[in-house]
Design a protein around this ligand. Structure first.
Ligand SMILES: Nc1nc2c(ncn2[C@@H]2O[C@H](COP(=O)(O)OP(=O)(O)OP(=O)(O)O)[C@@H](O)[C@H]2O)c(=O)[nH]1
Length: 423
């Protein structure tokens, strides 16, 4: 198969020009180094267009400008690599090659051997500089794209040295740019391979870095999500305990007055909707002032806690509420209980407190006892009916229990239907 040099040069032009597009089309904001490499490929295209026009345009263009463009191509590749690796480029390598070729080549138009040796020395040094910076940064560079680039620049260095060797051997006619001979074919075939390695290496390097950045970012995001989840769990737990605290009596652990008011109102509305009775027990420790006076305030607190424990253990249904109504007074709201069921519960509580046999020498019963008033009402459909009516009735029953000698349960005697809030 015949391979002629002008075709190889055209192939280099087509490849360089074609590579400019994909390199330039990648999002440049994320990869500014690609802009530099796109310019490098553009400069390479220009250089080879001018080489192909050797003899048809002035030597200033096809020799001087073409070689300046080659030097500029390598400068731009070098700058792109420095940018990619976030390294400060050498000022000397960024400017000197172009100046040297641009200043010396017009003087060497008739001196091919010197021109080739000088030009190829500059290109070899530039390509080698790219290899060196890639090798130096290989540890911190992710992926394998860098090795393709290293291989490409090593080939470019070797081909320049090969041409210097050919020039030094005196085979000048072998180096004329458009002539087809083994040295020329080897040179440009190797440069085509190098160009392929540049293109794939650049694409791979940028892709690999983007992938690793993405993985790092998604890792960070996951970590932040986990932290956020932890914070939200803690916040939820704190909110729960705050809510719990806001409805709990700190001494007895039962519901506090606020909670009692809320539950009573809710149950009142539920009973109204269901047309069912709502029952209430008001429980008061007997002669508690005397207990405090006799045993001290601390013992009084302990007594309150013990009575609270009896209440808590006496409740059977999940929705039943026991609350501290105030001072030494407690309230129980049993769900779905009628007057009789509430009375039975009250009596069980009354007996259980007495059964604790907590000594109370100043009580007529000789032990801590409670009096309980029980009431139950079917809330009327009238919007003005209020749960306070139920409280008043239970309170009146409690008063009678106290009057009747304490340590007993009294039940509301009025008909169990509330019409309006009584006066
Ligand atoms: N230790 C203690 N005492 C309390 C607490 N809250 C209220 N008391 C006391 O409970 C007593 C209530 O006394 P009274 O309202 O006179 O009623 P009582 O002595 O129980 O008499 P009866 O109810 O008629 O049997 C007062 O001495 C209050 O100081 C508390 O949290 N701890």
């Amino acid at each position: 198969m015949d391979v002629n040099v002008p075709s190889l040069l055209v192939a280099i032009i087509v490849m360089s020009a074609t590579l400019v597009l994909p390199v330039a089309l990648v999002p440049l904001r994320q990869h500014p180094e690609l802009r530099t490499w796109a310019w490098a490929l553009g400069a390479n295209t220009l250089a080879y267009v001018l080489f192909v026009l050797r003899g048809q345009v002035s030597d200033l263009l096809s020799v001087v400008l073409a070689n300046v463009a080659v030097a500029q191509t390598l400068v731009l590749f070098y700058l792109g690599i420095c940018r990619f690796q976030q390294r400060e480029p050498s000022r000397w390598l960024s400017v000197a090659p172009v100046l040297l070729v641009g200043a010396s080549f017009p003087l060497l138009l008739d001196k091919l051997p010197l021109r080739v040796m000088l030009g190829c020395s500059v290109y070899a040094a530039q390509s080698l500089a790219c290899v060196v910076i890639l090798v130096r940064c290989r540890e911190q560079t992710i992926g394998r794209g860098q090795y393709l680039l290293m291989a490409g620049f090593t080939l470019a260095t070797l081909v320049s040295l090969f041409r210097i060797g050919a020039a030094a051997s005196g085979y000048m006619e072998l180096l004329s740019i458009l002539l087809t001979n083994p040295v020329q074919v080897t040179t440009f075939l190797v440069l085509i391979v190098a160009l392929i390695l540049f293109g794939t290496g650049l694409a791979l390097m940028v892709h690999e870095r983007s992938e690793s950045q993405l993985a790092r970012q998604s890792g960070l995001l996951e970590q932040q999500n986990r932290l956020l989840q932890q914070y939200s769990n803690r916040l939820e737990a704190a909110n729960l305990s705050l809510t719990e605290l806001s409805i709990t009596d700190s001494l007895t652990g039962l519901g506090n007055r606020r909670h009692f008011d809320e539950v009573l109102r809710t149950e009142w509305e539920r009973a109204r909707r269901g047309g069912k009775p709502l029952a209430l027990l008001l429980i008061d420790i007997d002669c508690f002032k005397d207990y405090n006076d006799c045993y001290g305030h601390q013992a009084g607190d302990d007594c309150l806690m013990k009575v609270a424990t009896v209440l808590r253990t006496s409740l059977r249904r999940a929705g039943d509420l026991a609350a501290r109504y105030g001072g030494e007074e407690f309230a129980v709201v049993p769900v779905d209980a009628d007057l009789e069921q509430a009375r039975q519960l009250a009596q069980a509580i009354c007996r259980a407190v007495a059964a604790q046999a907590l000594a109370h020498v100043r009580s007529p019963h000789g032990r801590v006892t409670v009096s309980i008033g029980v009431a139950a009402l079917v809330p009327s459909l009238d919007a003005q009916s209020e749960p306070e009516a139920l409280i008043r009735r239970a309170d009146a029953a409690l008063y009678r229990a106290k009057e009747g000698g304490r340590n007993k349960v009294e039940v509301d005697r009025l008909p169990a239907r509330c019409v309006n809030a009584p006066s």
